[in-house]
Write a protein that binds this ligand. Sequence first.
Ligand SMILES: CC(=O)[C@@H](O)[C@H](O)COP(=O)(O)O
Length: 257
Amino acid sequence: MFDLLGTALSSRLLLGTAQYPSPAILADAVSASGTSVVTVSLRREMAGGRAGEEFWSLIRSLGTRVLPNTAGCHSVKEAVTTAKMAREVFGTSWIKLEVIGNHDTLQPDVFGLVEAARILSEDGFSVFPYTTDDLVVAERLLEAGCKVLMPWCAPIGSALGPVNIPALRSMRAQFPGVPLIVDAGLGRPSHAATVMELGFDAVLLNTAVAKAADPVGMARAFGKAVEAGREAFCSGMLEPREVAMPSTPTIGRAVFS
Ligand SMILES: CC(=O)[C@@H](O)[C@H](O)COP(=O)(O)O
């Protein structure tokens, strides 16, 4: 079990719900992944009218916890308003806070993020901020009231995987007691395993599953990779070394003369 802010979760994989080929495939992918938390963009789905309503009932039927997000928000005001609406709609004070700062890279506006995080934390939200791997921004987010951090490993939708492993490693070392969830940019199950091996608490991803040729199979693969990475981290991995060490004992070997 994974204790996330006092909630026991059966999986360390959090899954996005956008861009699936069909609602049925989304539901099957969620089930195959083993996730117990899905994230939903209130802003995008509300724009969908009747389709939006059907989407909500599908999400409710999944039996998972919902982590609403403020995807698509580019200002503090937009993000705060969206978060408040999400609290009403989903009856949860969890919010994945996105304040996008750059149209092309979808890089977070870390200044707006800290400001919005402070406003929402003071209003009783549990804020899950989508941030960069910058340690100073991370400090500011914690000071603003965040109890969990969601650093990217690459731009949203890029599928690049962890492009700056030293930065992620140092974030993990700097905040040993803070739940850290890698969010965005994962492309392959091996990427998820890699960040879990670094000691991250969980991962959140969307595009790599939703846009796979077989989203259900890919969701299952990511679920396994997250578990494998976590188990490896907890089992004490060897440090790599540059010299050979025989893995078979040489004492008592047969002598041919
Ligand atoms: C669904 C969601 O919240 C995304 O904004 C998130 O950041 C996932 O990123 P990927 O689509 O790159 O997995």
